[in-house]
Design a protein around this ligand. Structure first.
Ligand code: ADP
Ligand code: MG
Length: 401
């Protein structure tokens, strides 16, 4: 079984369980672990001859949790430290929150005509992100920065931009106006006011690079989790050496809906609950549709399994924007993503729960799963969700501790 196909089948298993009614809040719920989107896996190493160590650090505006298995604890620790250093270095190059990052410098030079020198790693990711913009017909667009800013998703106060502002900002979102020099050492943004935002792809890239450094430092197996993006390599603690990774319930994040058994590669989740604000009962969330300039509506969560971290991350964002129909065409058409599988959960536009009950609210989410040639639709139903988390639940909401 190829890695990619394994990833696809693994997600299919989640659906299979849902179809059979086996996904049940009671049965599936377990401690989600301190890191988002990651179910606690057995603390013992998969291979009894190895030592497994785990560390958690803050990074890239979230938590970076890494586990490494190696022949001795010194090697495992060295691998963890190498991974941490890689993520920290990439964060300092790529962050749009840091004024001293290369990505921020690129924005300051926008429209001036001057080329901005960049390190090879930044160029590599920039080129990849432009390639994905082309492949997704701009649904994923790394120049989305000014829109993210206009909606207040970059630390500012949340706001709904007025139509005139939205129009002027939308004119700045255009991946075709990003020029990368032929020597591959510099880039420039064609219009003043343009900004690069790699928030939808950078964590996956960082995980791939960090996994490489862990291997190079002597780790035989490892798992890395960066804010809902999980990357694994080597033999895992699950059945057959796989890695069990929980998919969270988008409205009850402390619960897991089901599990993916990943043999290698990555699982990434984009959710409308990561960063959002609400006005008039409607949720405005941080994944923006570059075509409208507005947050995508009606999608709660997209989970993607793919052979590497970058692909899973970029697809989770792009497929969130594209939806299942266009998403299917992309997955079928594009080389290199044949092995990817995607799970959408959509349908609930407004907050549920007793306190949040509002006009026009829908019931529990419906799901669409794409894995290889298969497309399957299912209704999660109230059984599949934690009691009280969705409109239409008859059960009482569970009270927090
Ligand atoms: P998270 O950052 O929560 O893991 P994602 O990987 O889905 O979630 O990335 C979302 C981020 O991507 C947003 O916060 C924003 O910075 C950026 N973004 C939003 N919309 C788009 C888009 N259409 N194309 C590219 N990047 C986007
Ligand atoms: Mg993403």
């Amino acid at each position: 079984v190829s890695r990619a196909l394994g990833a696809a089948l693994a997600v299919a298993a989640v659906l299979g369980a849902a179809g059979a009614g086996a996904i049940d809040a009671g049965a599936a719920a377990g401690p989600a672990g301190p890191a988002r989107g990651l179910r606690d896996v057995a603390a013992r190493p998969a291979d009894p001859d190895t030592v497994r160590l785990e560390r958690v650090w803050p990074a890239m505006g979230t938590l970076f949790r890494a586990a490494a298995s190696a022949t001795d604890s010194a090697a495992a620790l060295a691998a963890l430290r190498a991974a941490r250093a890689t993520v920290a270095r990439l964060d300092s190059l790529l962050s749009s929150y840091r004024p001293d990052s290369e990505v921020s410098e690129l924005g300051r030079g926008a429209g001036s005509g001057a080329w901005v020198d960049l390190s090879p790693e930044t160029v590599r990711l920039l080129v990849s992100s432009l390639e994905w913009a082309r492949r997704t017909d701009g649904a994923f667009d790394p120049t989305v920065g000014p829109l993210v800013e206009a909606w207040g998703f970059r630390g500012g106060p949340p706001r709904i931009p007025n139509p005139a502002l939205l129009d002027s900002v939308r004119a700045l979102v255009d991946w075709r106006a990003v020029l990368v020099d032929r020597d591959g050492r510099s880039a420039r943004l064609g219009r003043a006011g343009m900004e690069i935002d790699l928030g939808g792809i950078g964590k996956g890239y960082a995980l791939d690079r960090a996994a490489e450094t862990m291997r190079a430092a002597g780790a035989s197996a490892g798992m890395l989790d960066l804010g809902g993006n999980v990357r694994v390599f080597g033999r895992g603690p699950g059945p057959g050496g796989t890695w069990p990774i929980g998919i969270r319930d988008p409205r009850c994040p402390e619960r897991v809906l089901g599990e993916v058994d990943l043999d290698s590669g990555s699982v990434a989740t984009s959710g409308d609950y990561e960063r959002f604000f609400e006005r008039g009962g409607e949720r405005f969330s941080h994944i923006l549709d570059p075509r409208t300039g507005r947050p995508v509506r009606g999608v709660l969560q997209v989970t993607v399994a793919a052979p590497d971290g970058l692909t899973a991350d970029v697809l989770s964002t792009a497929l969130f924007v594209l939806g299942p129909e266009a998403g299917r065409r992309l997955l079928v058409r594009e080389p290199g993503v044949e092995g990817a599988a995607a799970l959408w959960m959509s349908g609930v536009r407004r907050e549920g729960g007793a306190a949040g009950r509002r006009r026009g609210s829908a019931g529990p989410p419906s799901g669409v799963l794409l894995a290889g040639e298969r497309t399957e639709r299912f209704d999660l139903g109230t059984r599949a969700t934690s009691a009280g988390c969705y409109e239409g639940d008859t059960a009482k909401p569970t009270e927090g501790p």
